[in-house]
Design a binder for this molecule. Structure first.
Ligand code: AMP
Length: 399
């Protein structure tokens, strides 16, 4: 069975085509600047060099037609006919409280995604555009929605409630949802395999550290706490987002700037590594500047590592122990400095990093703790697309 996985943003579309007989990636690519001048598609077949085509792409329906065209094209294609496509899996950012697992898309699922738009105003409409465009391009081919929030629906109320009047939860479902659930589910299951124990017997802390970051306490395979919230600013310091924030600071900014949109931009787009360092939102640039002696860049990197360390210790307390800490995503998979600094000082709780295993390790599955470390520390590259493809196959086979 061949499965197409789509991740639609408001002006972009990422895709991967899987052959599920061996879970290999036949083709993948990115459509950028949909509806904006200069739109283009970058397509990769297997391990061949990318094909880039610049062409007018006014909307998601045209983007999907272009992707399907590339799949069939004599020069770039991997399909003899679109009939080979068994199903399409869609990353959907917000499933609200109702969607605690992946689902086959029907009219009621579309309504659910629409109903959650107030919780993810930038993402859910784009995800829906992808679903609708696929329905019209390939009628009869099942679509599956895989929600970024679903894995965290096992959090207990003491983890997801905010300490504000209860009516805001009752009336508007104001609560923590957290995100990157597909990534946390994937790396926790991979970590259990690598450790060689059933996930039902493990207490894991999964650190998805990228441009956006979240840390999750995974107890016996279930998310019991996670650092992102109703929105995407809380938790650890991120590329341009502020991380945990005193509500009074938000009120102060509101008074000073006098505009919700402006304050939202400050907290989402101008804060984090960028806001503190003044150098970049990209940790590579920040680490380079810090190594050259830039004090604010060093402060930004220290704040990131300190916030990760706090979550690791905090979530061990939440679960009453921890068997393994797992690092993933751009920073977690590649920054040995962050992994080293974020676990420094945690020896008291059994975390002993092996610097020789950690140093220089990039983008590969590996244990980076000492052999005698009671708590294992691992790097596991994430693969959200494969998780989406697996759920899509499981659900569409039932059709
Ligand atoms: P993601 O959002 O998962 O793509 O992660 C992007 C983040 O990963 C950016 O902040 C990059 O700076 C960071 N990153 C990627 N490679 C490295 C590296 N070799 N060292 C430090 N940070 C890295």
């Amino acid at each position: 069975m061949k499965i197409l996985v789509l991740n639609c943003g408001s002006s972009s579309l990422k895709y991967q085509l899987f052959d599920m007989t061996n879970e290999s990636v036949l083709a993948k690519g990115l459509v950028e600047r949909i509806g904006i001048a200069g739109s283009r598609i970058k397509h990769n077949r297997g391990s061949e060099e990318s094909t880039v085509r610049e062409t007018d792409i006014p909307d998601h329906t045209s983007a999907i037609k272009l992707v399907l065209g590339m799949m069939l094209d004599a020069g770039t294609g991997v399909l003899g006919s679109l009939d080979e496509l068994g199903a399409v899996g869609h990353r959907v950012v917000h499933g609200g409280e109702k969607n605690d697992r992946s689902v086959l898309v029907d009219a009621s699922v579309i309504k659910d995604i629409e109903d959650c738009t107030y919780l993810a105003p930038l993402h859910n409409p784009a995800n829906l555009m992808g679903i609708r465009a696929m329905e019209s391009a390939l009628p009869g081919v099942p679509n599956v929605a895989v929600f970024d929030t679903a894995f965290h629906q096992t959090m207990p109320p003491k983890a997801y409630m905010y300490g504000i009047p209860y009516r805001y939860y009752e009336e508007d479902k104001v609560r923590r949802y957290s995100f990157h659930g597909t990534s946390h589910a994937y790396v926790s299951s991979r970590a259990a395999s690598l450790i060689g124990r059933p996930i039902e017997s493990l207490k894991l802390i999964t650190c998805h550290l990228g441009n956006g970051s979240s840390i999750t306490a995974v107890d016996c395979g279930r998310s019991v706490d996670s650092s992102l919230g109703m929105g995407t600013t809380p938790g650890v310091l991120m590329g341009t987002r502020c991380g945990d924030m005193d509500g009074s600071v938000v009120l102060y900014l509101m008074k000073k700037e006098g505009d919700v949109k402006r304050v939202s931009d400050i907290l989402h787009k101008e804060s984090g590594l960028l806001g503190i360092s003044g150098v970049s939102s990209d940790l590579r640039d920040v680490e380079e500047a810090a190594a050259r002696g830039d004090e604010r860049a060093k402060l930004a990197s220290d704040m990131l590592c300190s916030s990760v360390r706090k979550y690791i210790a905090g979530y061990a307390a939440v679960m009453g122990g921890v068997d393994a800490v797992v690092f993933t995503a751009g920073i977690g998979e590649n920054s040995d400095l962050t992994r080293s600094e974020a676990t420094r000082g945690l020896e008291f709780m059994g975390v002993r990093l092996d610097e020789s295993k950690n140093r220089g390790l990039r983008g590969k599955e590996a244990f980076i703790s000492r052999d005698d470390s009671p708590v294992k520390v691992l790097v596991v590259p994430t693969n959200e697309e494969l998780m989406i493809a697996r759920d899509t196959r499981r659900l569409s086979e039932k059709v």
